[in-house]
Ligand binder design. Structure first.
Ligand SMILES: Nc1nc2c(c(=O)[nH]1)N(C=O)[C@@H](CNc1ccc(C(=O)N[C@@H](CCC(=O)O)C(=O)O)cc1)CN2
Ligand SMILES: Nc1nc2c(ncn2[C@@H]2O[C@H](COP(=O)(O)OP(=O)(O)OP(=O)(O)O)[C@@H](O)[C@H]2O)c(=O)[nH]1
Ligand SMILES: [Mg+2]
Length: 449
């Protein structure tokens, strides 16, 4: 409970300092969960409620400023005692399930601070769990994603990651690299003894198939990042096609201005919804046309920018004016079936025919968009998907070293490249060289996690 551990290397941290934070939501609620972890936990809990409750069982207790002297009762609370190392952080810790009144929270916090505990930094509980070997870095990132999950896709993916799905795969790859390295070292050690050529062949083909697997994982990495961060669907097309009307239907409200005047929408307008369990931002853009109006021209420029960077373009047109060309990969939507006939396809791309006035085809359009959202987030290999740019960069680095190893004729250099590939994977799980990463990763957590 002193600050003697300040400045210690992150991985040497032993929870000398006792930390606390509210672990429950900040909005007004009935119960507030105060979470405490660190060496001083047992003494603190005894001071608050007398003898320690039985481990990991909920007990109803009176809380006091000092239970010994029964000085100032603070609350009636459910108390949980988590002795280390079988705790979330691996340290002694406890939870107080308080009545959520701000005065109670303040009074309890005051006692904790008086007794030498300090408020936790963002992610510090989970950081301690990692430092104490309770979970690895990928699982910890999964915890942060689970806390932030708003959609089914985010929830499912984060849960798998906290459960070690990515960790197991990366550790399996690192093990295979270790095996290759052992063979490579045997080849070096027995260089004079004429090992059969099959040994080197088996080594190289093992490396090749591992490389293919890792490259496929990187190639479909965008899918996992799309689930985690959401996708962008841009609605584009000529003026008056009904783009803003479509956005309003998707939003279920009048988000954008709709009128018969062509060229109304200038600023891109965004709404966020969930499609097939995936977070999708729809962007309504300015109608695409040549224009003398400087503001509208800027709107068109921005529309084209959104078309370029979107995960999917919904290319809209009105029944009487089908487009000459189709944006690559676009979902083609022909609107105003109440006014005229919509072609079945343009340039062999099927058209979804709708009318935002009559509601014709809208359920079919929703199904098409849901299927597209699923397609853009599916793992085609069946492997767990990576979820962050950090993972893509690490696996890509491992791929580069593995490829370099395969191209190396000099045995010692090949061994070195294999070691570097292993190291790149080790940084992902946090097994090696991650001191510099911890601040960046845990700084993004919420307090109390
Ligand atoms: N009240 C409460 N609810 C919570 C958490 C918490 O810390 N407190 N969690 C926090 O994220 C999540 C559950 N995760 C947890 C993970 C591990 C341990 C834990 O104490 N593990 C010990 C003992 C296991 C056991 O008794 O079976 C261990 O793994 O050794 C507790 C919660 C979600 N709900
Ligand atoms: N008849 C008919 N009119 C429609 C339909 N959908 C939209 N409209 C009308 O078409 C006009 C243009 O619709 P908007 O949604 O504003 O079109 P937009 O593509 O956003 O137009 P800009 O922002 O100018 O590029 C409005 O008067 C709408 O009420 C439809 O299915 N049938
Ligand atoms: Mg518009």
């Amino acid at each position: 409970m002193t600050d003697s551990s300040k400045g210690e290397a992150a991985l040497g941290y032993q929870g000398e300092e006792t930390i606390f934070a509210l672990a429950s939501g900040v909005e007004r609620a009935a119960i507030a969960v105060m979470r405490v972890s660190g060496k001083g936990s047992a003494a603190l809990l005894e001071q608050l409620c007398g003898r320690l409750p039985s481990p990991r069982h909920a007990s109803l207790r009176r809380l006091w400023r000092d239970a010994q002297t029964r000085e100032t009762e603070l609350d009636h609370a459910v108390v949980l005692w988590f002795p280390g190392p079988a705790s979330y952080t691996g340290e002694d810790g406890f939870e107080l399930h308080l009545h959520a009144g701000p005065a109670i929270i303040r009074a309890v916090s005051d006692v904790l601070v008086e007794q030498g505990a300090r408020p936790a930094e963002p992610g510090e509980f989970t950081r301690r769990a990692v430092v104490n070997g309770r979970m690895d870095l990928l699982e910890a990132e999964g915890v942060a994603d689970l806390v932030a999950a708003e959609t089914e896709g985010q929830r499912r993916q984060a849960l798998a990651q906290t459960d070690g799905a990515l960790s197991r795969m990366y550790k399996g790859w690192a093990d295979q690299l270790k095996q290759s390295l052992a063979w490579q070292e045997a080849l070096i050690d027995f260089a004079d003894e004429e090992l059969p050529p099959e040994v080197e062949q088996a080594l190289l083909s093992g490396m090749a198939s591992l490389l293919a697997e890792m490259e496929q994982h990187v190639a479909e990495g965008q899918q996992g990042e799309r689930i985690r961060g959401g996708m962008i669907f841009a609605i584009a097309g000529p003026p008056n096609a009904g783009k803003s009307s479509l956005l309003n239907w998707l939003a279920g409200r009048d988000a954008a201005i709709v009128s018969p005047v062509a060229g109304k929408t200038r600023d891109a307008l965004e709404i966020v919804t969930t499609l097939a369990g995936i977070r999708v931002t729809f962007i309504d853009t300015a109608g695409l046309r040549e224009t003398e109006d400087a503001i509208e021209a800027e709107g068109v420029r921005r529309a084209l920018f959104h078309v370029k960077q979107a995960d999917c373009v919904i290319q809209m047109f009105a029944a009487d004016a089908p487009p000459q060309t189709v944006f690559p990969g676009a979902v083609l939507v022909g609107n105003k079936t109440d006014c005229g006939r919509v072609p079945e396809s343009v340039e062999d791309v099927p058209v979804v025919a709708i009318s935002l006035r009559t509601g014709d085809g809208l359920q079919a359009l929703r199904a098409v968009l849901e299927r597209r959202a699923e397609m853009l987030t599916a793992s085609s290999s069946g492997m767990p998907l990576l979820t962050r740019a950090r993972h893509a960069a690490g696996v890509r680095e491992a791929c580069e070293h593995l490829q370099a190893a395969m191209q190396q004729d000099w045995p010692e250099m090949r061994a070195e490249e294999l070691r570097l590939a292993m190291r790149a994977l080790g940084r992902l799980t946090g097994e090696v060289g991650v001191e510099d990463l911890l601040d960046a990763i845990f700084g993004q957590f919420c307090i109390g996690k």
